[in-house]
Design a protein around this ligand. Structure first.
Ligand SMILES: [Zn+2]
Length: 299
C-alpha cells in the first residue's frame, strides 16, 4: 500500500510510534526494506537521496511502485534532502508520495521562501513535504553531508517556520549527525529542545542521522514526538560487511548466489530498528482503519 507521509505519520503520532526511513539505491536494498516490513508487519519509508536517484535512474521506481502497491503493508516513497525544485519535480514525476526540501543551510527567510514554494506546488497533488530547520551534523562518512558543528533548532523559529511554510513534517536538529560516529564519540541529544519544539508545532517531527545513536536516546525521542527516524549507514554497513566476508573467502560472482545472505544481514538491522521504533505489528492499524491507498481518488 502506498501512502503519503501525512497519512502514514498521523497514525504513528496517535499511537506513539515512529517509522524508519531507510535510504535505498538499488533493488537489493529495496528488497531489504520491503521484506523486513512485511515480515514484521511494520510500516516503512523508502527514502531516496537525489544522488541515489541519479544512480537508480527514474524508471527504477516503476518497479518500486508496483512492488509497494501490491503489499499489504503501508509504505511511503520519499525524496530525502531534495536540494532544489528540479530534484523535487523529478521525484514527483517518478511517482514519489513525499518529498523533503532541505533549505537548512540557507538564511532563515530564504529557507521559508523555498520551502513554501515546494509546499504550494506539492500540496495540490497530495505529495507531503518535509522541511528542515537547524543543521544536522556530519561524521564525514555519509553521502548526505551535514556540518561539523550542529546548530540546534530554535523552538521559536520552528513555530514560525511551520506556520509560514505549511509543511507536513519537520526535521529537527537536536544533536545527531549523518553517518557512523567515530570511535569514542557518543552523540548527546537535547531532549529539552525536542520537547519545546513538539509543544510549539504539533506536527510529526523527524530525526535525521539516526544510525549509531544509543537505543535509549532514540526510544526517549520517539516517546516525546519523533515519528520518523532516518536510517542509512547502519543497515548498508551490515549488507557490505557480509558481502566482504563472502567475497574474501570464495571466488563467487553470481549476485543471486552472493546477495541473499547480505540481504538477510541488512534485514536483521532493519528489524532491530523497527523494534526500537515500536513499529512492529503496526501495519495492522492502517488495515483496520480501512486506510485507502494514496491518491485513490485518481485511480
Ligand atoms: Zn538526513
Amino acid at each position: 500500500m502506498l501512502l503519503n507521509m501525512t497519512e502514514l505519520l498521523t497514525v504513528a503520532k496517535e499511537n506513539k510510534f515512529a517509522v524508519g526511513a531507510f535510504n535505498v539505491a538499488d533493488s537489493n536494498f529495496l528488497r531489504v526494506v520491503i521484506e523486513a516490513a512485511e515480515e514484521n508487519d511494520s510500516p516503512a519509508i523508502i527514502a531516496v537521496h537525489p544522488t541515489e536517484l541519479d544512480f537508480t535512474k527514474d524508471d527504477f521506481f516503476q518497479y518500486a511502485l508496483a512492488r509497494v502497491k501490491n503489499s499489504k503493508v503501508p509504505f511511503v516513497i520519499h525524496m530525502d534532502h531534495g536540494d532544489n525544485l528540479a530534484s523535487i519535480m523529478r521525484a514527483v514525476h517518478s511517482g514519489f508520495s513525499s518529498v523533503m526540501i532541505d533549505g537548512s543551510l540557507l538564511p532563515f527567510e530564504e529557507n521559508i521562501a523555498v520551502t513554501k514554494e515546494v509546499v504550494d506546488i506539492c500540496s495540490k497533488i497530495g505529495v507531503s513535504v518535509e522541511g528542515e530547520l537547524g543543521t544536522i551534523g556530519s561524521t564525514g562518512t555519509s553521502i548526505e553531508g551535514g556540518v561539523t558543528e550542529v546548530i540546534y533548532t530554535d523552538p521559536a523559529d520552528a513555530r514560525r517556520f511551520v506556520k509560514e511554510t505549511g509543511i507536513d513534517t519537520l526535521a529537527v536538529a537536536i544533536g545527531t549527525a549523518h553517518g557512523i560516529y567515530p570511535k569514542g564519540v557518543t552523540p548527546k541529544l537535547k531532549m529539552d529542545v525536542l520537547e519545546e519544539i513538539k509543544r510549539d508545532t504539533n506536527i510529526p517531527l523527524v530525526l535525521h542521522g539516526g544510525s549509531a545513536n544509543p537505543d535509549e536516546e532514540i526510544k526517549k525521542a520517539v516517546a516525546i514526538g519523533i515519528q520518523k527516524v532516518n536510517i542509512s549507514s547502519d543497515y548498508k554497513y551490515a549488507f557490505y560487511k557480509k558481502c566482504r566476508e563472502i567475497l574474501s573467502s570464495t571466488e563467487l560472482w553470481d549476485p543471486n548466489v552472493i546477495n541473499p545472505e547480505c540481504i538477510e544481514a541488512a534485514k536483521k538491522v532493519v528489524t532491530e530498528k523497527m523494534g526500537l521504533f515500536n513499529s512492529k505489528g503496526k501495519a495492522q492499524l492502517y488495515r483496520e482503519a480501512g486506510q485507502a491507498p494514496w491518491r485513490s481518488e485518481f485511480l
